[in-house]
Design a protein around this ligand. Sequence first.
Ligand SMILES: [Mg+2]
Length: 187
Amino acid sequence: MIKKIKVGLDFDGAIAYNPFRIIRAPVTYVKRSIFGARKLNFYYPKNNFQKLLWKIIHESSIFPAKGIDVLRDLVAKELIEAHLITARYSFLNNQLYTWLGKNRLTGVFKTININEKDEQPHLFKEKMVNKHKLAIFIEDNLDIVKHLHGRSKTKIYWIYNIVDRHYPHPYKFPYLERALEKIMKQV
Ligand SMILES: [Mg+2]
């Protein structure tokens, strides 16, 4: 029997494609290049209004990424063991489960790891990557990729965007399907 490859997947930006990303990218670029904002602290919505706004923005992560069929297939063939690791804040839980159900993805994941305590995303993900002893973790956020890369044996597969695409990283892919294809070459 072949040993299944343990693969962790981020949700927003890896499994779900958010059309706002393309709008947000230039904003990130301006923040970084003009204001030099590069610190690894993530924004947390403080009051109910901000939470509502955040929900609306995340509600737009509605499109399944190109590659979820391949993901389902690889799990069905028992080639990989998939773990969902999302640092979205806990008040978004219901939306997450609804979305996974709608897209026939709930049963695909061996574990679904949610940032219940609203920890800083990079620290939460680091913890989960180690907990599940993942061979590969697929993530879209470059700051998180940089934080995780080289910190353990886990290979960090980066789903890049148009702004950051020139950043050198050993494992970079335009979308999920390409990352999964690379994993399959190792089987
Ligand atoms: Mg993400």
